[in-house]
Design a protein around this ligand. Structure first.
Ligand SMILES: *[C@@H]1O[C@H](CO)[C@@H](O)[C@H](O)[C@H]1NC(C)=O
Ligand SMILES: *[C@@H]1O[C@H](CO)[C@@H](O)[C@H](O)[C@H]1NC(C)=O
Ligand SMILES: *[C@@H]1O[C@H](CO)[C@@H](O)[C@H](O)[C@H]1NC(C)=O
Length: 534
């Protein structure tokens, strides 16, 4: 630090000291008073609210003989004796999950899909509790972030009590309530904001839709295991599945038209599998009326959207508008959406996967899911939450996938073959012609250059040294077999743009000059699109 000149200021005079002392005393008094006021407010609020939740529930149920279960509430001095119920109050017993179980054990990057087992997260003996009207739980603070195993355990205990131990009355389905105490509220993946009926300070009263919670408690505690097989889920939820489900496939095209042709082929592939679901396509104003016509005749119902910017991304960056996917949560005409990126072909029906809860998807890296294909549950309040939080929560890669993983850390794992990536690890002996896609996959996700940016008989990923790991003649054929059956009106959206055309021929020339050993550059192209530039 630089030496400063000796101070020339005068020392404090006596009156100044008196003045300062008064100021300090006054301030201390003021602070004490303020503290008391705050304290009173807090006490008042807490007592008022703890009565309020009871009053609220009693009013909803129409009586005061309410059976209450307490979860994670050891400090009996505060709550139980203040609950003026004429029913019973029970404390729910369960062993706290051992500390050795970390979030990364519940969300491993890779699992053996046929054999993996999740760590034990203890639950209460549910037979010990029944005829419950309300479950009151203290939620651990989120000081350890959203990926806290104990917080998850408490939420799962509540969810299970609600569906297994609710009061039964012959023939009548009665409401059952959950009250969460704690600043952060319950986990939104389990207890949706839609079911929040009253929120006051640290108190959150939910009236959960039990059909949803029932699906959720059938899921493993994390993505450490695949979702249980569909027949099992179907049996557990059998009766409820009889009503006409509000379910749809959805995709999105925005900002450029380069994915329009992909979306057309995607629709054709889903329809060919005789789906009973609606097909919804979100499009922004960049998609021309001609493209919209092609997409409609392919089978999509179009919803016009305004695209959504990632506030943290650079202007004009490739993923600046990727948050447009958040609009999927606005599709509240449906309970569930299977979202599929436009660079997919579905090869086996996915209709049965709608039985799972959201978010279900395949794993990506670390503890994350891949947002290229995901089952989600639209909800207006969730949409609003996603819109608000995007200003403060950052995505690890700037894309929607990173953001959604921050917002939905508790997701459910689908088999990898539901979103089979055309990726052939160069270090894994997958060289050259062995790039074959297995026949039992559900859907193929075309990475790298898209088939419609290349030719019928030519996957142009072969020609780019960086893209060769995405090249696959078998995957390419599957895509074009779908395209072949499209109408001319649809196919008109599948011509190469001048940029695509130039890239193709430049790369092919380079591949020839380099004498690439896979020899694809020798193929004579017969695709009629060769002469149909845009
Ligand atoms: C779809 O339905 C048609 C007509 O009923 C049938 O011929 C075809 O085999 C079905 N396809 C699939 C994949 O089930
Ligand atoms: C963002 O969207 C673009 C175009 O739709 C896509 O190519 C890209 O992979 C997306 N990026 C991320 C990180 O999701
Ligand atoms: C190109 O590679 C093949 C082997 O893959 C070789 O027989 C041929 O001589 C090479 N041609 C040139 C011009 O290097």
């Amino acid at each position: 630090m630089a030496a400063s000149k000796p101070s020339r200021r005068k020392p404090f005079t006596f009156p100044a000291i008196i003045f300062l002392a008064t100021l300090v005393t006054f301030n201390i008094q003021y602070l004490i008073q303020l503290h008391q006021e705050v304290q009173n407010a807090v006490n008042h609020r807490t007592t008022a609210t703890s009565l309020n939740w009871f009053e609220f529930v009693a009013r909803e149920l129409g009586h005061e003989a309410i059976n209450v279960a307490l979860v994670n509430m050891d400090d009996e001095t505060t709550l139980p004796h203040k609950i003026p119920t004429k029913g019973e109050i029970v404390k729910v017993d369960f062993d706290r999950v051992v500390e050795a179980v970390q979030w990364s054990h519940l969300y491993p990057e890779w699992i053996d899909e046929t054999n993996a087992k999740c760590p034990n997260v203890p639950m209460p003996v549910f037979e010990n509790y029944d005829q419950l009207d309300v479950v009151v739980a203290r939620v651990p603070p989120d000081e350890f972030g959203l990926k806290d195993v104990f917080r998850l355990q408490v939420n799962l205990v509540v969810a299970n009590l609600l569906v297994r131990c609710g009061r039964v009355q012959s023939g009548i389905s009665r409401p059952i309530f959950a009250v969460f105490i704690g600043a952060s509220g319950p986990m939104s993946e389990i207890f949706r904001c839609d079911d929040l009926v009253l929120h006051d300070a640290d108190y959150w009263i939910h009236r959960p839709e039990l059909t949803r919670i029932r699906q959720i408690v059938l899921m493993p505690v994390g993505s450490c295991q695949l979702n249980p097989p569909l027949p099992h889920i179907g049996k557990e939820l059998g009766i409820e599945r009889l009503k006409q489900p509000r379910e749809a496939y959805a995709t999105i095209v925005h900002s450029t038209e380069t994915y329009v042709c992909g979306a057309i082929a995607l629709a054709r592939s889903i329809i060919k599998l005789n789906t009973t679901k609606d097909l919804i396509l979100l499009a922004d104003y960049h998609i021309s009326p001609k493209s919209i016509n092609g997409l409609q005749s392919a089978g999509w119902k179009i919803k016009q959207i305004k695209r959504i910017r990632n506030p943290h991304s650079k202007k004009k960056s490739y993923n600046e508008w990727n948050y447009s996917k958040l609009r999927l949560w606005q599709l509240t005409d449906y309970d569930k959406i299977i979202f599929i990126d436009s660079d997919f072909i579905v090869t086996k029906s996915l209709d049965n996967f709608f039985k799972y809860p959201g978010i279900s998807a395949r794993g990506n890296n670390q503890d994350r899911f891949n947002s290229g294909l995901m089952l989600l549950e639209p909800s207006m309040c969730t949409f609003r939450r996603l819109m608000e939080k995007r200003w403060v929560v950052r995505s690890y890669n700037g894309g929607d996938q990173g953001y959604l993983n921050e917002m939905f850390p508790w997701w459910h794992r689908l088999p990898n073959k539901i979103n089979h990536l055309t990726y052939f690890d160069p270090n894994n002996g997958d060289e050259d012609r062995e790039h074959v896609v297995e026949s039992d996959v559900y859907a193929i996700h075309y990475l790298g250059w898209k088939p419609w940016w290349c030719y019928r008989d030519y996957d142009c990923n072969w020609d780019g040294p960086k893209n060769k790991k995405f090249a696959s003649d078998s995957a390419n054929n599957i895509w074009w077999d779908v395209y072949d059956k499209a109408s001319d009106e649809m196919k008109e959206n599948c011509f190469l743009t001048p940029e695509m055309y130039n890239r193709f021929w430049n790369n092919r020339k380079r591949a020839k000059e380099a004498n690439l050993s896979d020899g694809h550059w020798r193929i004579k192209i017969r695709d009629p699109r060769l002469n149909n530039k845009l």
